[in-house]
Design a protein around this ligand. Structure first.
Ligand code: NAD
Length: 440
């Protein structure tokens, strides 16, 4: 059996590679010629643990192929997965131009029955638009072909994407026909052997499930950040409060860590898109508006602490930022809090040096020569006024504080992820700012 995955980004590449791992023949296509050229020479364009070896293995077995051509690949496939980007448009709604342009291409070139699977995160009602774009192309060609739609939102997390795909918490599939359901069950069967649930529903419910999941997670983060800021004001310690509430199984311990705000390619845009859907249907989503507002403020909280410490005079100060990606184990800097913090420091006249285990190339694309790049995490600290921690990579958790104190101009750390113990930092003589805990 063969499938085609259209869009070879974080989701498409992982999806295609994991399906090929089950023995399917998969072609991943993309309009980005450079990306396909790289993949065809064994270069993986993104940082994702475990992906490179899996791609290499399946390419060698001649099950995984990369191509810029959609036309020559769709008609020997059973299903076409659309995994292109859905970035926010100017009004916050998901921009569907990439999804609909793929739909038009499929309509232009299909010659047999296909299951068209939308894996991109798309607003409720998108599948109908995809159907009408495909049908329009078929009508133009004067051909009559049947096809089925499926909505199959993806829940993988960058950094653990391979594991998430191979051992999913659940698979959600929205379909309208038994034939499409059968194909989807067949494709996902290898991932369900451990008893993970396979939820079949109507297409609008599947589309909504993805948004509701991300909106709920973003809500947990913003809620906890709001509580953390209040903890600081009233003299409570959010680390203790977090443990105290997390022990309640109705609340749970996950996603209640305060920090420098959520970022990445999904939460910000999906929260925006769901707010826009609410507006379109004249049902304002008040909680989500607050979630977004709190997050925008939270991305500036570390900056605010820095400005307050230096009495608003950041001219010519040197800051080192550890961690640039929006979370550890990825190189993705889309909407990362690091971008807001670095921009704020540069605007205030500071010099910024950065270090990240994976996202240095991405940072170069964002900031070019406006920031300095450390050879390792310690080298840029020499004569710096302070260290700022924005992403909690493992290698930042137990650094050589004594060596760092010798390099830094001031023993001063702003920690946007609460990775150090405030009393240990005090013993070491550092001035330590964290989130939701009074500075020491
Ligand atoms: P991405 O930007 O990494 O990749 C999208 C790819 O699609 C790019 O390589 C682009 O060149 C390609 N593309 C655009 N138009 C095309 C066309 N007409 N034909 C072929 N290729 C085309 O995006 P991503 O992060 O992989 O996200 C894809 C979708 O999956 C989005 O809707 C996103 O919300 C959703 N999603 C992402 C994640 C994640 O963690 N990144 C998780 C779950 C869901």
């Amino acid at each position: 059996m063969k499938i085609t995955v259209v869009g070879t980004g974080y989701v498409g590449l992982v999806t295609g590679t994991c399906f090929s791992e089950t023995g399917l023949t998969v072609t991943c296509t993309d309009i980005d010629e450079e990306k396909i050229k790289k993949l065809n020479t064994g270069i993986i364009p993104i940082y994702e643990p475990g992906l490179e070896a899996m791609v290499e293995r399946n390419v060698k077995k001649q099950r995984l192929f990369f191509s810029t051509g959609l036309k020559e690949n769709i008609n020997d496939s059973e299903a076409i997965f659309i995994a292109v980007g859905t970035p926010p448009g100017e009004d916050g709604s998901a921009d569907l131009k990439y999804v609909l342009s793929v739909a038009a291409e499929i309509g232009k070139y299909m010659t047999k029955y296909l299951v068209i699977v939308v894996k991109s995160t798309v607003p409720i009602g998108t599948s109908k638009k995809v159907i009408s774009v495909i049908q329009e192309q078929l009508d133009k060609r004067g051909v009559q072909l049947t096809f089925d739609m499926a909505s199959n939102p993806e829940f993988l997390k960058e950094g653990t994407a391979i594991d998430d795909f191979l051992k999913p918490d659940r698979i959600v599939v929205g379909v309208e026909t038994e034939r499409a359901e059968k194909t989807m069950r067949h494709l996902y069967n290898p991932f369900l052997l451990n008893g993970h649930p396979f939820f079949v529903m109507d297409i609008p419910s599947a589309e909504m499930t993805k948004y509701a999941a991300n909106a709920m997670l973003a809500t947990k983060i913003s809620f906890m950040n709001d509580i953390a800021n209040l903890c600081e004001i009233v003299g409570a310690d959010v680390n203790l409060v977090r443990k105290g509430i997390g022990a309640d199984p109705r609340i749970g311990t996950k996603f209640i860590y305060p920090g420098a705000g959520y970022g990445g390619s999904c939460f910000p845009k999906d929260v925006k898109a769901l707010i826009k859907t609410g507006e379109d249907y004249n049902y304002p989503l008040q909680i989500l508006k607050a979630v977004e507002d709190v997050n925008e403020r939270q991305k500036r909280v570390v900056l605010h602490k820095i400005k307050t410490h230096f009495r608003n005079n950041l001219q010519h100060k040197i800051f080192v930022v550890w961690g640039l990606s929006f979370k550890p184990e990825t190189d993705d800097m889309r909407e990362a809090p690091s971008v807001t913090i670095i921009e704020g420091l540069l605007e205030a006249g500071s010099k910024v040096k950065v270090y990240d285990p994976a996202a240095m190339n991405e940072c170069m694309k964002h900031f070019g020569n406006r920031v300095g790049y450390g050879k390792d995490q310690y080298e840029p600290l020499l004569e710096a006024d302070a260290l700022i921690i924005v992403t909690e990579w493992s290698e930042f958790r137990l650094p050589d504080f004594v060596q760092m104190a010798k390099s830094l101009k001031n023993k001063l750390i702003f920690d946007g992820r609460n990775i150090y113990n405030p009393s240990e930092m005090k013993e070491l003589g550092y001035c330590y700012y964290s989130i939701g805990h009074q500075s020491i």
